[in-house]
Design a protein around this ligand. Structure first.
Ligand code: ADP
Ligand code: ASP
Ligand code: MG
Length: 494
């Protein structure tokens, strides 16, 4: 069997769902399990609705519920026709009734707990999956809607719950295997799950990718397909840099590093279950059925570029903790790390000197309580609006001069670096800049490490565009000085 996951933009409208139904129809022989996100922007709207309700503006929040109802009903009507949509209406209505009651409750108590937030956000995927399953049936794809909360079991870390694999395996096998045996196509919402007691949880924003991988690992899938709105994993976010190119093949380690450091195309934890079971993952474009996308496997052929890709993770804070002189280094560091542990603070980059320590953390995860705790140990100051830039490539290991080349390029972009890290994973170089500098620094780095070296000397622009650098295709011979892009980059760096 295979797992096919379709993201928000892939199910954003009747037209998009129609395309999804064709894609799934073309894979029937492979016994797909389909995982869908909420329709595009719906989760953001549910978040906004919750915020409005807790300010006490119940009527505005209820107006948002109505807008959501209309969008889903209209999509269902277009996809299913009046009669069939009327048959689905009671199921959608039951969801909207629950949502409406919850929003009224929020407006009354004016408090949204993490547990309440998971319940609120679960409606997006419940609604989309119900519509997609019916749309499949109408088009002759024998779908069966499955309630994700009855398959995917997590702990109770609300808003970013941790899957319990053993329990998930057991429940999924019971629910899904009999359906597959009857040649039915299970359709379920991603992102949402439930605790062992049946309390709704979510896997964190963007978590449908993770759901797909968890289900793939639980059911020993042959492959996991992540269908999205770009051609695959790219050399950088195409929204930041129009020259971004699709990566044909990439290793689990490299892709996991890219996802962790901000490549939004995959939820940061997606690859862990796949790595554990050695299941290949494909990132594909749902708007281009012919796309071959990106193949992510344990090993990939060496890249012809120095790096595989560049990512930027925004919304980061630098926390500087400075001890007063006379405090023992050992005790100081221990106290700081203990404070991080107490608050389950997940830090990205750490720099240490004798009496100070700086670390980066996602701003949304930097709670007041952690800062107060650190202030008991030393002086603390925080710089918000920072970003971690990360360059990833398995081939950089043991090659001299690459860091120099990176930092020269950043200097050429006239961007100031706040912190630097290399070595932890041996496949990345990361550093911190101000958030505002992200587009400039990413474009400069991309031009330097991808575009510039892809250009065969003396060829016309048309030919230049025809050259495929990454992946399996060979580079055109006769590059500048007769050197490969990799060797040229290294030579420039030394
Ligand atoms: P979905 O709704 O399908 O889950 P997302 O919006 O979560 O889609 O992820 C796809 C987006 O990720 C792309 O539109 C792109 O802007 C962004 N992205 C960031 N970095 C990369 C990258 N390295 N390769 C491809 N896409 C990227
Ligand atoms: N709908 C959820 C979100 O927007 C999960 C996902 O799209 O993967 O975060
Ligand atoms: Mg996503």
């Amino acid at each position: 069997m295979i797992v096919m996951k379709f993201g928000g933009t892939s199910v954003e409208s009747a037209e998009a769902i129609e395309r999804v139904s064709k894609i799934v129809g073309s894979r029937i022989k492979q016994s797909p399990l389909v995982v869908v996100s909420a329709m595009a922007k719906v989760t953001d709207q549910l978040v906004a609705m919750g915020n409005t309700a807790v300010t006490g503006d119940g009527s505005e929040a209820l107006a948002s519920v109505e807008a959501l109802r209309e969008r889903h009903q209209e999509t269902a009507k277009t996809l299913l026709g009046e009669k069939r949509a009327a048959a689905l209406a009671p199921k959608l209505h039951a969801q909207f009734l629950d949502l409406e009651n919850f929003v009224r409750g929020l407006a009354a108590v004016r408090e949204l707990t993490p547990r309440g937030s998971d319940y609120l956000l679960s409606f997006g995927e419940l609604l989309s999956s119900l519509i997609v399953a019916d749309a499949f049936l109408v088009r002759g794809v024998q779908a069966a809607w499955v309630d994700s909360r009855e398959c995917l079991v997590t702990d109770t870390t609300h808003t970013r719950a941790v899957p319990l694999m053993e329990e998930t395996r057991e429940k999924s096998k019971k629910k899904i295997v009999p359906l597959l045996a009857k040649k039915r196509i299970p359709v379920m919402g991603g992102f949402i799950a439930a605790s062992a007691d049946g309390i709704p949880t979510t896997l964190g924003r963007g978590g449908s990718d993770y759901s797909a991988a968890i289900m793939g690992a639980a059911l020993n899938a042959d492959k996991i397909e992540i269908w999205t709105d770009v051609e695959g994993m790219m050399t950088t976010d195409p929204r930041l840099c129009s020259g971004a190119r699709t990566i044909k093949q990439i290793s689990f380690n490299e892709a996991a590093e890219l996802a962790y450091f901000g490549a939004k195309v995959l939820h940061p934890l997606t690859l862990l279950p796949a790595i554990h079971k050695n299941i290949p993952v494909y990132v594909l474009n749902s708007r281009n059925l012919k796309s071959t996308g990106t193949e992510i496997t344990a090993q990939s052929p060496p890249s012809r570029d120095v790096f595989r890709a560049i990512t930027a993770k925004k919304g980061v804070s630098i926390v500087n903790v400075v001890a007063s002189r006379g405090v023992g280094v050992h005790g100081f560091l221990r106290s700081v790390f203990e404070a991080m542990d107490r608050h389950a603070a997940s830090v990205d980059i750490v720099a240490i000197s004798e009496v100070s320590m700086s670390f980066t953390i996602e701003t949304k995860r930097l709670g007041e309580a952690l800062i107060r705790d650190l202030e008991q140990i030393a002086d603390v100051n925080v710089d918000n609006d920072q970003a971690v830039i990360c360059l990833v490539g398995e081939d950089i290991h043991g090659k001299p001069g690459i860091a120099a080349s990176v930092f020269n390029t950043v200097a050429e972009a006239q961007v100031n670096i706040r912190m630097i890290s290399q070595g932890a994973s041996e496949i990345n170089i990361s550093f911190v800049v101000k958030e505002d500098d992200v587009p400039r620094v990413v474009r400069h780095l991309h031009d330097h490490f991808f575009k510039a070296h892809a250009r065969p000397a003396g060829n016309s622009a048309k030919k230049k565009n025809g050259v495929r650098i990454n992946g399996t295709k060979r580079l055109r011979k006769g590059t500048e000085n007769g050197k490969s892009p990799l060797r040229r980059a290294l030579a420039a760096a030394i």
